[in-house]
Design a binder for this molecule. Structure first.
Ligand SMILES: CC(C)(COP(=O)(O)OP(=O)(O)OC[C@H]1O[C@@H](n2cnc3c(N)ncnc32)[C@H](O)[C@@H]1OP(=O)(O)O)[C@@H](O)C(=O)NCCC(=O)NCCS
Length: 140
């Protein structure tokens, strides 16, 4: 049984329990900031009460384009993969994006990450473009 829970500004403690889902332990200050910011969304999927996966999304708005949802990160614990958890999380974020008036949703993934590419396509994502990612390092 997969249960989805949206995490709100009052629920930061939920991440203490579900923190292992993330690449690194969530920082209390950044967590509070993320949850308090408008247009920032975080949902956790529980399977039989155990945190099994999460998704984050951030709304991006542009003067000539309107508002879209950026699927920022998504991860499902290895033992819970291929059980529909990703499907549930992406559908939930897409639903929230629609409620919020977003015209679309998008994400980035590595060309080599064939599992992610196949699973995104399986839940309705279509691939486009051949863009590169460029970074600016802003800390010393
Ligand atoms: C990619 C990932 C999120 C998929 O999560 P999941 O919960 O196992 O996916 P689901 O069970 O909801 O499957 C969704 C669809 O993708 C397909 N799928 C899932 N994993 C797959 C794989 N390894 N290879 C091919 N197809 C796959 C499923 O068959 C399903 O398709 P269907 O709806 O036609 O049956 C998960 O493997 C993961 O966390 N990987 C590591 C982190 C990562 O790569 N994140 C994305 C970075 S951009």
């Amino acid at each position: 049984v997969t249960e989805l829970r949206w995490v709100g500004p009052q629920d930061a403690d939920v991440l203490l329990v579900a923190g292992a889902l993330f690449d690194a332990a969530p920082d209390p200050q950044w967590t509070a900031e993320f949850l308090a910011r408008s247009g920032h969304h975080l949902c956790i999927a529980y399977v039989d009460g155990v945190p099994a996966g999460f998704i984050t999304g951030v709304e991006l708005c542009h003067p000539d384009k309107g508002t879209e949802m950026y699927l920022y990160e998504l991860g499902v614990e290895e033992e819970y993969r291929e059980k529909g958890v990703e499907h549930a999380l992406i559908s939930a974020l897409a639903g929230r994006a629609k409620e919020r008036g977003c015209y679309g949703m998008w994400t980035l993934t590595d060309v080599e990450n064939l599992a992610a590419r196949r699973s995104y396509e399986a839940v309705g994502g279509t691939e486009r473009g051949t863009q590169l990612t460029l970074d600016w390092q802003l800390t010393d």
